[in-house]
Write a protein that binds this ligand. Structure first.
Ligand code: S3P
Length: 462
C-alpha cells in the first residue's frame, strides 16, 4: 500500500487521489506519536544533561524540522532500533548554526525555538514555508522582548510581526506575564526562556491550554510550580541541570480524530485507534462527538505509575446517528485542531452546530474557518464561517468534488478533512495536494486503505 511520497516514482508522479465515498472503515489502527509531545521532548532532550531515549515519537515533517534544527545547533541524535537517542548538551551547550533554521510548515517548531534560543550568545534566524511566514509571531516576540531578548521580525501591512525572526542575543530576566491568547506553543516557549532567565517568571493563561510542556519539564526536574492559578519558574535555587528523558510517546489524538470521524459517518464503520494520548487538553473532540450522540468507547490504559506521565488509551468509534451541538469556550480550545473534521461530522448531524470562540483557527497553517466553509460548501454542506464562528446545518448528503493543491493550501488538517468528507460523500472525489498530510500523519492514506477506504492514485507520466 503506497502513500503519496512513496507512490511517486521516477516514471510517474501522483497528481491527485481519487476517493470513493461510502466504503465502510473497519478495523484497528495506530497513528503516529503525538506531535505536540514529540516537539517538546526533543527540545528538552537537547538541553538535558545526559542521553534521552524516545520511542513511539512522531515521524511527520513538522517534528523532522525540530530535529533538524536541533542538529544544526550541535545536538547529536540517532535511531537505535525503534528508539530515538538524543544526546543532551546541557542548558547552555547549544552552538551557533551555520545557516538560518528552516521551520518548514511548523508553527510549533518556530515558536519553541524562539523561546529556546532567545538570549543566547549567538545570532539565529528562523524561517519557514509560505504558510508559516504568514502566521502571527507578535505573540512570541513581544513577551520574549519583555524578558530582555533582542528579536527582529518582519512587519506586515496589518502591523503584525512575522517571520523571518532574527534572534540577536540579550540578557534574559524573569517577568510576570499574562498570555494574550491561550497558546501552548507560546507558553512552552516562555518556559524554555524562563529556565535561563535571571529571577522568577510567572505565566498566567486566559484559559488552560495543553500542558505537555509542563509535564515534561517537571519530569526533567525543572523548577516549575503551579501556584495561585499561574505557572512559576524560579531558576535561582536550581542547579541548571535537566534530567534526560525516557519516554514512550502515545499516539496523536489529533491524527486519530480523522479516522474516528470517518468511521462514525460511513455505514458499517467500526474503528479502534490504539494507544492514543488522552490528555484532557486534547480530548475536547471526544467529548463533543459524545454529546452529538457518537458511539465512542474510550478505554484508558492503566497508569504506568510515573509522576506527570501522559494518559493514554484505545478509542473505538462505531457508525452513529448524530445530533447538532454547540462548542465554545475552553472546549473549543481543547478541540481546536479537530474543529475542521468535527465540521464534517456536523454536516451529518441533525440540527445547527455552532463552533464558537474559534478565531485562532484563522491563524493556523491556513484560515481553517474560511477553508472549511468554502470547501465543504462545494460538496453541498450548509456551512458558513462568521467572525470567530463556524455554523453548520445538517444533515446534508455530501456530493463528490474535485479539489486542487491551492484548496489544500499547505495545510495538513485541511487535506485530511477533505478526505474524510470525500469518504462520506456520494461518488468519487479527486483531491490534490495530499502530500500535506505528511506534516503530521505520514501514513494517513495507507492507514485509511488498511481500514477499507477506497483510494486510488491519479498518476501521469513525467
Ligand atoms: C500546539 C498548540 C496549538 C495547536 C497546534 C500545536 C502545540 O497551537 O493548535 O497544532 O504543540 O503547542 P497554539 O499554541 O497556537 O494554540
Amino acid at each position: 500500500v503506497s502513500d503519496p511520497a512513496s507512490a511517486a516514482t521516477a516514471a510517474t508522479k501522483v497528481r491527485a487521489w481519487r476517493v470513493t465515498g461510502g466504503a465502510p472503515l473497519v478495523g484497528r489502527a495506530v497513528v503516529p506519536g503525538d506531535k505536540s509531545i514529540t516537539h517538546r521532548a526533543l527540545v528538552l532532550a537537547a538541553i538535558a544533561d545526559g542521553t534521552s531515549r524516545l520511542v513511539g515519537h512522531a515521524d511527520g515533517e513538522d517534528v523532522g524540522r525540530t530535529l533538524a534544527a536541533l542538529r544544526a545547533l550541535g545536538v547529536h541524535a540517532e535511531a537505535d532500533g525503534p528508539e530515538l537517542v538524543v544526546h543532551g548538551m546541557g542548558l547552555d551547550g547549544l552552538r551557533a548554526p551555520g545557516a538560518p533554521l528552516d521551520c518548514g510548515n511548523s508553527g510549533t517548531t518556530m515558536r519553541l525555538l524562539a523561546g529556546l534560543l532567545a538570549g543566547r550568545p549567538f545570532e539565529v534566524e528562523l524561517v519557514g514555508d509560505a504558510s508559516l511566514m504568514r502566521r502571527p509571531m507578535r505573540r512570541i516576540v513581544e513577551p520574549l522582548s519583555r524578558m530582555g531578548a533582542r528579536i527582529e521580525g518582519g512587519r506586515g501591512e496589518d502591523g503584525e510581526l512575522r517571520a523571518p525572526l532574527r534572534l540577536l542575543g540579550g540578557q534574559l530576566r524573569g517577568m510576570d506575564h499574562r498570555l494574550a491568547v491561550p497558546s501552548a506553543q507560546v507558553k512552552t516557549a516562555l518556559m524554555l526562556a524562563a529556565l535561563r532567565a535571571r529571577g522568577p517568571t510567572t505565566i498566567r493563561e486566559p484559559a488552560p491550554s495543553r500542558d505537555h510542556g509542563e509535564r515534561l519539564l517537571r519530569r526533567g526536574g525543572a523548577p516549575l510550580r503551579h501556584t495561585e492559578g499561574c505557572w512559576r519558574i524560579d531558576p535561582s535555587a536550581w542547579d541548571g541541570r535537566l534530567r534526560a528523558l525516557r519516554l514512550d510517546v502515545p499516539g496523536d489524538p489529533s491524527s486519530a480524530a480523522f479516522l474516528l470521524v470517518a468511521a462514525l459517518l460511513v455505514p458499517a464503520g467500526d474503528v479502534t485507534v490504539a494507544g492514543v494520548a488522552l490528555n484532557p487538553g486534547r480530548t475536547g473532540f471526544i467529548e463533543v462527538l459524545g454529546e452529538m450522540g457518537a458511539r465512542l468507547l474510550v478505554s484508558p490504559a492503566p497508569a504506568g505509575g510515573e509522576a506527570d506521565e501522559e494518559p493514554r488509551g484505545d478509542v473505538r468509534a462505531e457508525v452513529s446517528s448524530l445530533t447538532a451541538s454547540e462548542v465554545g469556550g475552553e472546549r473549543a480550545l481543547r478541540a481546536i485542531d479537530e474543529i475542521p473534521v468535527l465540521a464534517v461530522a456536523a454536516t451529518q448531524a441533525l440540527g445547527r452546530t455552532i463552533f464558537a470562540d474559534a478565531a485562532e483557527l484563522r491563524r493556523k497553517e491556513s484560515d481553517r474557518l474560511a477553508g472549511a466553509a468554502t470547501l465543504l460548501s462545494r460538496m453541498g454542506a450548509a456551512i458558513e464561517a462568521r467572525d470567530d464562528r463556524l455554523l453548520v446545518r445538517g444533515p446534508t448528503r455530501l456530493r463528490a468534488a474535485t479539489f486542487g493543491e491551492a484548496d489544500v493550501g499547505l495545510d495538513h488538517r485541511v487535506a485530511m478533512t477533505l478526505v474524510v468528507a470525500a469518504l462520506c460523500a456520494a461518488g468519487e472525489s479527486e483531491i490534490a495536494g495530499l502530500e500535506a498530510a505528511g506534516t503530521s500523519f505520514p501514513g494517513f492514506l495507507s492507514t485509511l486503505r488498511s481500514l477499507g477506504a477506497k483510494l486510488t492514485a491519479v498518476e501521469h507520466a513525467c
